[in-house]
Design a protein around this ligand. Structure first.
Ligand SMILES: *[C@@H]1O[C@H](CO)[C@@H](O)[C@H](O)[C@H]1NC(C)=O
Length: 239
């Protein structure tokens, strides 16, 4: 394994950053889920200027959440299979190299997992940005909202939580405190969406390092074989 410098240290460092970012992703998504189950359910009091106050159910009839589940799965895979599994695979790999000067099967399996996890992050990233874009640019119609009192939910359109609560904030809400709570949680929703970009980049950096290390090991294995063949044929020439 003496062909160039081993990349195991930068791999371990990138792995650590990825695991931390994956944990942040899961934390942000689960705090959104908690908001959706508590304060986010409403109802919210709306006070149109010159009209009478009415209540709006906290969630629309068509709330899109599958991109959130996909993101949670991508975060969990990166944290557990890539992060935790990778720590074990790297430890085994170091031991195997020291003892036998060869690579461990765990490291090869883990390389495949790094690739699949990166693909899943890419799916979550694309899915989330596409859904956010598709359900964006809508506004809550005051007349429709007024005509659909809780427990009836706002019937029109499909909404990601982020786009829905952004539109709720455009309504004349009666409570300033309620507005602040929604604003704070809306920031969390935006944060996990943009954090997917960081998770994707870190996943790619890790994949590139692991691929380079695999390439380096293959090359050094080949050069060992090549030297061996030279030695053997050299001996034949001698005879
Ligand atoms: C999010 O909503 C919860 C209530 O569900 C509230 O306690 C919390 O302060 C809000 N978060 C932020 C950052 O405003």
């Amino acid at each position: 394994m003496g062909h160039g410098r081993s990349l195991l240290f930068p791999i371990g460092f990138t792995l650590f950053l990825l695991a931390v970012d994956a944990a942040i992703t899961m934390g942000l998504v689960s705090s959104m889920v908690s908001f959706l189950h508590h304060n986010g359910r409403g109802p919210f009091a709306v006070a149109p200027p010159g009209g009478s106050l009415f209540l709006l159910a906290g969630e629309p009839a068509n709330l899109v959440t599958d991109h959130g589940h996909t993101t949670n799965a991508a975060g969990g895979t990166a944290l557990v299979l890539v992060g935790l599994g990778g720590s074990i695979a790297l430890w085994l790999e170091k031991r195997e190299r020291k003892k036998w000067d060869r690579s461990s099967p765990a490291f090869h399996l883990w390389t495949l997992i790094v690739f699949l996890s990166w693909l899943l992050t890419m799916v979550a990233l694309i899915y989330t940005f596409v859904e956010t874009d598709k359900t964006g640019g809508q506004a809550i119609n005051l007349g429709v909202a007024r005509a659909n009192r809780p427990p009836t939910k706002y019937p029109d359109g499909r909404w990601t939580p982020e786009n829905w609560y952004a539109s709720v904030l455009n309504l004349p809400l009666a409570s300033e405190n309620q507005r602040r709570i929604i604003e704070g949680n809306l920031t969390i929703m935006r944060a996990w969406r943009w954090n997917l970009v960081a998770l994707f980049i870190l996943g790619f950096a890790l994949l590139a390092l692991v691929a380079l290390e695999q390439l380096r090991m293959r090359r050094s294995a080949q050069s060992v074989r090549f030297n061996h063949v030279k030695e053997v044929s050299g001996r034949r020439d001698f005879r």
